[in-house]
Design a protein around this ligand. Structure first.
Ligand code: DGJ
Length: 744
């Protein structure tokens, strides 16, 4: 056969070629979005502004996030350094598709297999709800009819902007959301110092400062639950510096309000600009969206401050107390928790005597921790009983009502522990409802702390979990406080309920949790809820919408707590930070610290005790009583004052912090020595902050007969105290001192 003939034969035989030809004839016309008027959309707070620039072609860019600019429309026409239509950097919500080739906030897979989305501006609206000014930017993909609404809620006084996104499938066929970040920010600085938090159980919220290079930095959790025990979904970004400063320089802080898998990314482009994305982790979560369906992302909260990390933290704290934490800023009671004092080993008598001691020392609540439930499979250790939430009649024959009313008769509130998302294989629940357990067909259902996770994506499980809370509340009239624990991560994930839609699992687990929490709050608005999760495992602004406080860490060693609480305070307010005085040697670290040091550390958050008070001597009980008494007198400052960090426990031998009342008339100062320095060094000068320089303050050390500061009891001007005059002697390892300042 001659060659041309062969070629022709091959062409005829190749069906692919024919398909391509056929497809060519079906190419749809190119859709050109209508031109729009060039304009800016400014989202403003008292001191900051996020300025978006709408171009004529409908693309929306971030022109500015930083100090407030009085006439933001001046940004029209000024894309400046960021102007590069060939790569499309700086989009306000970058979507995979068009000219954009970077890390997407949004990636959608359409029914025809394509991944291209190009969002065009269709309009913007601004509304006011109370103190919040909400700006919506509406975007549309004219080809696929995907609608995206960028929502920016600005809190002017707190300089906070909370972003979220609503994605509506306006097309006729289902799509899959592969990436669906809550927010995108684009900033331009010469240098970026990223401060973020990593950790592990009993060592949560470890601080790391990192200069960002040109590679992508990702902070992620794929743990499903206990999402924050490793990384926390939050960060601070110091601009134009490689030094972390509490007091000066531009800092952006961000936090995602989500208790499930999350992802924050920081991508510095070749021009030096930084793209920041934050949202739900796309890991195994290609979220399906049917025609007409909508997905609403969680909120990503941002603040900008020109006053260093301290300014950024205070903005977040003020916002959180006012708008985010459940009953934020309210004083939560001091308490004795039974866990480290009794573990699983108690009787009614044990608990009554603990209550006597708690009341005697002036505490205000008793919390019965793990171990009170399960009969067929009694909860006498962590191997059995989870899931069977009836009172263990062998241990507590008189029931919970008896305990609660005894507590109330002593003037104590009463709280109780539950871990409703979990089940031990050794439980009646596991035998009855294996179909409620998170699992993957045909694979081992791995245990963590001898327990499995219940599948909260299943509405029946949501009802069950709500029922646990509801029934626990009925165990006694006037249950004041529930400690909600969650002690393992999700592994070998899968939901028997979701069938082939397993991609929904991680998202719908967390949504299921929130819907249960909402039902709880609708029915029990006044009960206090502690978000525990092994300590530190669920520290995020999503859970805090329903919870009054967090259990900061299972590590109760006051030395370890210095750095954990310090780092937590960078993002979260002190009113949520539960902090307990426990026994020595510490049960986690073995460390031995003085009782006063333990109190002085715990008093910088929500004070509690977690030990068997019987083991305290009379002198120790007297000191406890004294510390608890003085705490009650100044704790309003801890719960609602402004925090100033004076010295970092991560940087040197001393740690110091203070809370100042909003009117600057009162303050409480906490100082600690964490590492011995030669006495010849002369101690530490703490420069106080946040006081009124012109006012005079009386300074009184708490809980001592002889003060460690030469000026104790005297009055000093604010400028003296802030200018270097305050140098309490903290001569030894674990020396500590607490001072109350009152303006005269
Ligand atoms: C972990 C919590 O963090 C502890 O405080 C305690 O409640 C135990 N679980 C109980 O099992």
């Amino acid at each position: 056969m001659k060659l041309p003939v062969l070629a022709a034969a091959l062409l005829v035989a190749l069906p692919l070629t024919a398909q391509i030809r056929k497809a060519k004839t079906q190419v749809p016309p190119i859709v050109v979005p209508p031109a729009v008027e060039r304009q800016v959309v400014a989202v403003e707070t008292d001191n900051s502004a996020l300025v978006l620039l709408v171009e004529e072609n409908g693309q929306v860019f971030t022109a500015h996030y930083g100090p407030r600019v009085e006439a933001p429309e001046q940004f029209i026409g000024a894309r400046g350094k960021g102007e590069d239509y060939n790569v499309c950097d700086g989009l306000a919500y970058p979507a995979t598709g068009g000219r954009f080739v970077g890390e997407p906030a949004l990636q959608v897979k359409y029914a025809d297999g394509t991944h291209n989305t190009e969002l065009s501006f269709t309009g913007t609206t601004t509304t006011q709800r109370g103190n919040c000014i909400s700006t919506e930017v509406q975007l549309l993909d004219y080809v696929t009819q995907l609608q995206v609404k960028l929502v920016y809620d600005a809190y002017p006084r707190e300089d906070v902007i909370a972003q979220h996104v609503e994605i509506l499938n306006g097309g006729k066929k289902p799509v899959e959301l592969l990436n669906y970040a809550s927010a995108a920010l684009y900033v331009d600085a010469d240098e970026y110092l990223l401060t973020h938090f990593w950790g592990a159980w009993a060592a949560e919220m470890q601080l790391e400062h990192e200069r960002l290079g040109h590679d992508m930095k990702v902070i992620e959790s794929r743990r499903g639950v206990q999402a924050t025990q490793g990384n926390n979904p939050s960060f601070l970004l110091s601009l134009n510096t490689s030094d972390f400063s509490e007091t000066s320089g531009e800092v952006i802080a961000g936090a995602l309000a989500w208790s499930g898998n999350f992802r924050l990314s920081f991508d510095r482009d070749s021009g030096g600009r930084l793209s920041i994305l934050g949202g739900i982790s796309p890991f195994a979560s290609a979220y399906p969206l049917g025609a007409g369906e909508r997905f609403i992302t969680p909120e990503m909260i941002f603040t900008w401050s020109a006053n260093g990390a301290g300014g950024a933290s205070r903005n977040l704290h003020r916002w959180a107390r006012q708008y985010s934490v459940y009953d934020g800023g309210n004083v939560n009671p001091t308490l004795l928790n039974s866990w480290e004092g009794a573990y699983f080993n108690f009787t009614t008598e044990t608990l009554l005597r603990m209550m006597d001691d708690a009341a005697g020392m002036g505490l205000e609540m008793f919390v019965l921790d793990d171990g009170w439930f399960g009969n067929k499979f009694p909860r006498n250790g962590d191997k059995a009983g989870l899931g069977d939430w009836e009172v263990n009649s062998a241990k507590l024959p008189e029931g919970i009502e008896y305990l609660a009313s005894y507590a109330h008769s002593k003037g104590l509130k009463f709280g109780i522990w539950i871990e409703p998302e979990m089940v031990n294989p050794q439980s009646e629940l596991a035998h009855a409802h294996m179909d409620w357990v998170v699992q993957s067909p045909g694979r081992e259902v791995y245990q963590g702390r001898n327990q499995w996770v219940l599948d909260l994506s299943n509405p029946a499980v949501q009802d069950f979990v709500f029922g646990i809370f509801d029934r626990t509340m009925q165990l006694a009239p006037g249950i004041d406080y529930i400690k909600w624990d969650c002690n393992r991560v999700i592994q070998s994930f899968g939901s028997p309920y979701l069938g082939t839609e397993q991609d929904r699992f991680f998202v719908e687990y967390c949504q299921g949790l929130y819907s249960v929490m909402q039902r709880i709050r609708d029915k029990y608005p006044r009960v206090m809820i502690q978000c525990c999760s092994s300590g530190g495992g669920r520290v995020d602004y999503g859970a805090l919408r329903y919870c009054n406080e967090i259990w900061t860490s299972d590590n109760t060693d006051a030395l370890s707590r210095a750095s954990i609480q310090y780092a937590t305070s960078l993002i979260y307010p002190a009113c949520v930070m539960a902090s307990h005085v426990s026994a020595v040697p510490n049960h986690q670290t073995g460390n031995v610290t003085p009782l006063k040091f333990r109190f002085d550390m715990a008093c910088s958050g929500r004070l509690g005790m977690e030990l068997q008070p019987r083991t305290l001597s009379a002198d120790e009980k007297a000191l406890a009583q004294r510390c608890i008494g003085s705490y009650k007198a100044y704790r309003d400052l801890v719960f609602s004052g402004d925090l100033y960090r004076l010295a970092s426990p991560c940087d040197g031998s001393y740690y110091g912090l203070m809370y100042v009342s909003p009117d600057r008339s009162r303050a409480v100062v906490f100082t600690y020595c964490l590492q011995y320095e030669s006495r010849n060094v002369g101690g530490k000068v703490f420069r106080l902050q946040g006081l009124d320089p012109a006012r005079t303050y009386q300074v009184v050390e708490q809980n001592v007969d002889r003060s460690c500061w030469w000026g104790n009891g005297q009055t000093f001007t604010g400028d003296f105290l802030m200018g270097g005059g305050f140098n309490p002697r903290l001569p030894q390892l674990y020396s500590s001192a607490v001072f109350v300042l009152e303006a005269q």
